[in-house]
Design a protein around this ligand. Structure first.
Ligand code: NAD
Length: 316
C-alpha cells in the first residue's frame, strides 16, 4: 500500500537516501528542508519523480503539508561536529522548536512519527557497548552539549507527545553512518580522510587514533530506520554497525582504498571526543530482524567511488 511520508531534513545526507528508498518502495514523499546543511542537489535526481515534492521550509518557523500524511520522519538538524559547533543556536532550536512542529504535524495528521536521535545521547559512555537503557554521560555545557542535549530534549518531547497526546511515535538512535553524499568538508572522520587521501594530503588523525568508532553504511542504516518506521515499536532502538575499529585503523583503510601515498599526521583531539563507541544492537535484531549487511571494505570502496565523481575533489 502506498503511504505519504514527510521527511524533514530530506535534502541532507541521510534524508536524501531515505527519500530515494521510500520512492523506490512505491511511496509518496514530501521533503522539507531549509538547506542549512543540506542542498537541493542531493535530491535533484528525484525532482522529476511524480510522487516527490521538495518544499523549502524552516522547521523552526512553521510547518504545513497539505492532505493526509501517514509517516513523519524527523531528520532536520545539523549533525556533524563542524556544523553544530558553528550553528549552536540553530541546532538547539531545531531540536526543540523544530521537533515540536514536526510532532504537531504528526498529531494533526494522525501520522506515525519517527525521531532521528543519535548515539551522542550516550555522550562519552561509561558503559560499553551501549544498550538503549544506558542513560548516557553527557556534559551539557561542553561544546558538544548543543547537539547532545538538543537530541536528549527531542527524545523527551517525543515521549511526552506519545504519553500525553497519544501520538504514535518511535525513536531511533543512529550511530555513525557513512556513504555517498557526505560532504567532503563536513569534518567527520571518514569524508575527511577520503578527501585527504584523494588529494594526496596527510590524513589528520585526532589524538593517537586509538579511540574507536563503529561505522555503518548508509544503506544499512536506512533499512533499519524504515523497518522501525513500519513496526509498531516506540524504541528507542539503536541502529548502527557493532563492527568497532580504531580511528587510526579507519585512516589506514582509507589510504588503502584510495590507493594514496598519504601519510598520517596526529593532531589534537577535540574536547569531549568520545573514547569508545559501539552499539548494542540486540534490540534491533530481536524487534526488527535487522542486522547490518554491508561489509566495511565493500562500503568504503563504494563511498570512495562516489567521492571520486565529486567535481570539487582533485583527481587522484
Ligand atoms: P545533514 O546535515 O546532511 O542533514 C540534515 C538536514 O536538515 C540538512 O539538509 C539541513 O539543511 C536540514 N535542516 C537543518 N535545520 C533545519 C531546519 N531548521 N529546517 C529545515 N531543515 C533543516 O545531516 P545527516 O548526517 O543527514 O543527519 C540527519 C539526521 O540524522 C540528523 O537529525 C542527525 O542528528 C541524525 N543522525 C545522523 C547520523 C550520521 O551518522 N549521519 C548519526 C546519528 C544521527
Amino acid at each position: 500500500m502506498q503511504i505519504h511520508a514527510v521527511v524533514t531534513g530530506g535534502a541532507g545526507f541521510l534524508g536524501s537516501h531515505l527519500c530515494e528508498r521510500l520512492l523506490d518502495d512505491g511511496h509518496r514523499v514530501t521533503c522539507l528542508d531549509n538547506f542549512l546543511t543540506g542542498k537541493p542537489e542531493n535530491v535533484a535526481h528525484l525532482l522529476e519523480h511524480p510522487d516527490f515534492t521538495l518544499t523549502r521550509c524552516d522547521l523552526t518557523e512553521f510547518v504545513h503539508v497539505p492532505g493526509p500524511v501517514d509517516l513523519v520522519l524527523h531528520f532536520a538538524s545539523p549533525a556533524s561536529p563542524i556544523d553544530y559547533l558553528r550553528l549552536p543556536i540553530q541546532t538547539l532550536k531545531v531540536g526543540a522548536i523544530g521537533t515540536w512542529h514536526a510532532l504537531g504535524l504528526a498529531k494533526e495528521k494522525g501520522a506515525r512519527f519517527l525521531l532521528a536521535s543519535t548515539s551522542e545521547v550516550y555522550g562519552d559512555p561509561q558503559v560499553h557497548p551501549q544498550p538503549e537503557d544506558y542513560w548516557g554521560h553527557v556534559n551539557p555545557i561542553g561544546p558538544r552539549g548543543v547537539y547532545d542535549e538538543s537530541k536528549r530534549y527531542a527524545e523527551a518531547l517525543t515521549t511526552a507527545y506519545r504519553d500525553a497526546e497519544g501520538v504514535d511515535t518511535a525513536i531511533v538512535r543512529i550511530f555513525n553512518t557513512y556513504g555517498p553524499r557526505m560532504r567532503p568538508n563536513d569534518g567527520r572522520a571518514i569524508p575527511t580522510f577520503i578527501r585527504q587521501g584523494l588529494a594526496g594530503e596527510p590524513l589528520t588523525v585526532a589524538g593517537d587514533g586509538s579511540q574507536t568508532r563503529s561505522v555503518c553504511h548508509v544503506s544499512d542504516t536506512v533499512d533499519g530506520i524504515l523497518r522501525l518506521a513500519a513496526s509498531p515499536h516506540p524504541g528507542p532502538v539503536n541502529i548502527g554497525n557493532p563492527d568497532e575499529r580504531s580511528v587510526l585503523r579507519i585512516a589506514q583503510d582509507v589510504i588503502a582504498a584510495t590507493g594514496s601515498r598519504s601519510t598520517i599526521e596526529f593532531v589534537d583531539r577535540p574536547v569531549d571526543d568520545p573514547g569508545v563507541r559501539r552499539p548494542d544492537t540486540t534490540l534491533a535484531e530481536k524487534l526488527l530482524s535487522w542486522k547490518p549487511a554491508i561489509d566495511w571494505r565493500e562500503g568504503l570502496s563504494d563511498t570512495v567511488a562516489w567521492f571520486r565523481t565529486e567535481p570539487e575533489l582533485p583527481e587522484p
